[in-house]
Design a protein around this ligand. Sequence first.
Ligand code: ZN
Length: 246
Amino acid sequence: MPAKPKCEMNYTVRQSARARHVWLRFSPLGELIVVVPKRFDVKRIPGIVEQNRQWITRAATRVRERRETWAQKTPAKLPSRIVLPALALEWFVEYRPEVSKRVSLSERISGRIVLSGNTDDREACHAALFRWLHRRARDFLVPELTAVANQCGFSIRRIMIRSQRTRWGSCSRSGTISLNLRLLFVSPDLVRHVMLHELCHTKQMNHSPKFWSLLERHDPQWRDRRRRLRATWRELPTWLDRAPPY
Ligand SMILES: [Zn+2]
């Protein structure tokens, strides 16, 4: 009979088309994630986790300690209201403490976001709000960018929603456009401006005069919008300052 494991290890399994072998990592919240290639025999996972028990225990302590020091230095700010001009929507955020280890978030039709559970854990509340924001950004920005691209005759390979600290968007040589989830906090004309800027990069991978004249054709007011956008960066709500790297 196989030896009984000393104690149950909690982990989440993620399949990845790009993974070549199994690897273990920790999420920013300290959760163990086992990344496996597609078609990997999941029955082998408990054995692999068990084999790496020592490393996992040590790494978990390190992640927890790092998280605690970080949280002490910069406690997470939490919003009581979220206004998203890009969607013309706003919510009041309610924190409801309940006996639970976790924090769960639900969005109500009444214009409220309710966080319930261990709401004393500010980090967990912050992470839940960011996950929600990421979802909202994806649901809005992906179809919107696709529509703008179709309207203006651009083609995109891939769209990613990210939380970049210094830029609204970017475009890679392979044709992937990344958009910052913070775009939900700006007005629709500025969102469109950022999209057109990145779309123009699919044809001009630089800021040459050719690039600006292409942008001018699609967005004649780009100068004014670019200026407003710069100012907007400073007006973003402070709870966004400390974003987990989603
Ligand atoms: Zn650019």
